[in-house]
Design a binder for this molecule. Structure first.
Ligand code: PAF
Length: 292
């Protein structure tokens, strides 16, 4: 049986009933989402289902993480199909709070959670309030659900790293589980925002993955380690492509998320890209490590 709950108190009470089994506490796996679920979300839910006795999914389009000129109003929604997917995947509780439930009648929440440094580059540079919004809503959701494990897609490379830091810094008793990016056959990373793309834009969007694959090959196969040069060459190519406007393409230290000039052997590195295809902003990334 799947419970769909809208109120925080109902979510807590339903969870308490499912979690406690005599003297033992069942493991709770949590997948926070903004809905419009696709195969990427399904892979997170399946992982949570495999590793926990109780699985909770939240569906909440969080206004705090959208900038004034972003797509909050047109963000795609389809609750019925989301619930059908959750039911098929054996989710126990779907938490679907309203904005008023989470933040009061008019947004009255006065607390923001901010993680220093890790949000300075990549998406944080072009979406200044975004990660404070993500951290604030996730802190609140973690407090409501108290999961043992919380599952996040690696497509949002900066998001899960920032949340892992928040969990450590604020002593949340849970583990952030980053999960592989799920792609279409031609390489396009799955995203709810792919729904905005026209067929022509859908084709143009492949440039994100193609750029990453080409950079990965240059580093791992051709052993080109001059990060600034690699980026400059790739940016020149993207700038020549019609219908794409690059937001950033960066090679960063996997841990600090700060840009690096040179790729060193045996250091984890993240190559991350964000670009507008038409008016749709898409992101993708690849993690690499050069062996000696
Ligand atoms: O990745 C998302 O969908 C959102 O940023 C999250 C983690 C659900 C917070 O609103």
């Amino acid at each position: 049986m799947m419970y769909v709950v809208e109120k925080i108190s109902d979510c807590k009470a339903t969870l308490a009933a499912l979690r406690h089994d005599g003297d033992t506490n069942k493991r709770v796996g949590f997948v926070p989402t903004m809905g419009y679920l696709h195969a990427g979300h399904a892979s997170l839910i399946e992982r949570a289902r495999a590793q926990n006795e109780v699985v909770v999914v939240s569906i909440f389009v969080n206004p705090l993480q959208f900038g004034p000129n972003e797509d909050l109003d047109k963000y795609p929604r389809d609750l019925q199909s989301d619930l059908a997917l959750c039911e098929r995947l054996g989710v126990d509780i779907v938490f679907t709070p309203t904005v008023a439930t989470m933040y009061g009648q008019e947004p009255t929440v006065l607390t923001r959670v901010h993680v220093d440094r890790l949000g300075e580059h990549l998406c944080g540079a072009s979406r200044p309030i975004h990660f404070d919004g993500v951290c604030t809503v996730c802190a609140k959701l973690f407090a409501i659900v108290s999961p043992n494990y919380a599952y996040f897609g690696k497509k949002d490379a900066q998001q899960w790293r920032i949340l892992r830091q928040m969990v450590q810094d604020l002593s949340f008793d849970l583990e952030i589980v980053p999960c592989p990016i799920i792609r279409e056959e031609d390489g396009l990373a799955l995203s709810s925002r792919n729904a905005y793309l026209s067929p022509k834009e859908r084709h143009t969007a492949l440039i994100l993955h193609d750029t990453l694959v080409s950079l990965e090959q240059k580093v791992l196969v051709h052993r080109e380690f001059d990060a600034s040069r690699l980026i400059a060459q790739a940016v020149e190519q993207i700038d020549r492509a019609p219908g794409v406007r690059l937001d950033y393409l960066s090679i960063v230290d996997d841990r600090t998320l700060s840009p690096i000039d040179r790729i060193e052997p045996e250091k984890d590195v993240l190559i991350a890209i964000a670009a507008y295809v038409g008016t749709t902003r898409l992101i993708d990334n690849v993690e690499i490590r050069v062996e000696r």
